[in-house]
Design a protein around this ligand. Structure first.
Ligand SMILES: Cc1cc2nc3c(=O)[nH]c(=O)nc-3n(C[C@H](O)[C@H](O)[C@H](O)COP(=O)(O)O)c2cc1C
Length: 303
């Protein structure tokens, strides 16, 4: 019997498979399809202090081997998440959940994280300083090491749970940002968010997305994500949650060999809503095929 268990910032996971923020809502729609307790955990939709309607439509565009999105952090706001969604979630998900948080100021990140930190259902705070689809927020914090460090420090000062800083690939040197977050006290890092891109409608001769630009995700970005996880693993001591184009159990192992302690799956949930369950089920056979007894032994194995 192979062992799929891993540990993320001191919290044990039955397996490293974690649906990524924005592709799994707050879990309810997927829990209606299968028992989502088979997952390691999941990262819920990027939550902000106030409710957000998101960007104008169209906000999704398909691409070869991937998709663009410019959802713009549509969410009901942290108060509704605490009052309504988390109590409901307790009826279908029994494990600690990962809370994904976005903000438009350092103070807003800290306030939202402090509110979520108080919920016993939340295991980790994943702080998104990398959303490419929102003007004036998100990504601007993730592209400057000093700002990334400031968000990390302010969130750490008001929380008790492990804080994972979610990094943007839309930078020249992701290692610099990763180290700034580690030095500022981050407990872990999540990478990567989507890569900024666009498509143009030939008939209208206009951008397909109402927001012009969006974030590219899906299999097309796996090599970029692997490269960044590999680079960051060489530079930091804190655990990395790897993501970007992971669609199969083999991809999970590859991401772990690059240095990920746990692995998120995003766009694939939108292609196959059972992807999380399928990947969890496929992992033992893939481990046997490659002679892996304990999955945690793979972490950073390619270095
Ligand atoms: C439709 C959609 C919405 C997303 N929303 C969020 C979000 O709210 N917060 C966040 O940190 N990342 C968000 N992401 C990024 C994913 O969590 C993930 O980092 C990215 O898609 C790369 O993984 P993938 O290639 O497996 O999709 C979103 C991605 C998609 C496709």
């Amino acid at each position: 019997m192979v062992n799929t268990k891993v540990t993320l910032c001191g919290i044990p996971l039955d397996n490293p498979v974690i649906p990524a923020s924005g592709t799994f809502g707050y879990g309810a729609e997927f829990a209606a399809l299968y028992d989502i307790n088979c997952l390691g955990t999941f990262s819920f939709k990027g939550t902000t202090r106030a409710p957000r309607f998101g960007n104008p439509t169209p906000r999704i565009a398909e691409c070869t081997d991937g998709m663009l999105n410019s959802v713009g952090l549509q969410n009901p706001g942290v108060e509704a998440v605490l009052a309504d969604i988390l109590p409901q979630m307790a009826t279908y998900f029994r494990k600690p959940v990962m809370a994904n948080v976005s903000g438009f100021s350092v103070g807003e990140y800290a306030e939202t994280c402090a509110m979520l930190d108080a919920s016993p259902q939340i295991g980790w705070l994943e702080v998104n300083i990398s959303c490419p689809n929102v003007h004036g927020g998100g990504m601007s914090f993730g592209t400057d090491p000093a700002m990334a460090a400031e968000v990390t420090r302010r969130v750490k000062a008001v929380t008790t749970k492990p804080v994972l800083m979610k990094l943007s690939p839309n930078v020249t040197n992701i290692v610099e940002i990763a180290k700034a977050c580690e030095d500022a006290g981050a407990d872990g890092l999540s990478l990567i968010n989507t890569i900024q891109g666009m498509r143009i409608d030939l008939r209208r001769r206009k951008p397909v997305l109402a927001n012009t630009f969006g974030g590219l995700s899906g299999p097309a970005i796996l090599p970029v994500a692997l490269r960044m996880v590999y680079q960051v693993y060489e530079a930091v001591k804190i655990p990395i949650v790897g993501m970007g184009g992971v669609s199969t159990a083999e991809d999970v192992v590859e991401m772990m060999l690059a240095g990920a302690a746990a692995v998120q799956i995003g766009a694939v949930n939108l292609v196959n809503p059972f992807a999380g369950r399928d990947i969890v089920n496929d992992l033992p056979a893939v481990m046997e095929k490659y002679g892996i007894q304990n999955l945690s032994d793979c972490i950073g194995g390619a270095h």
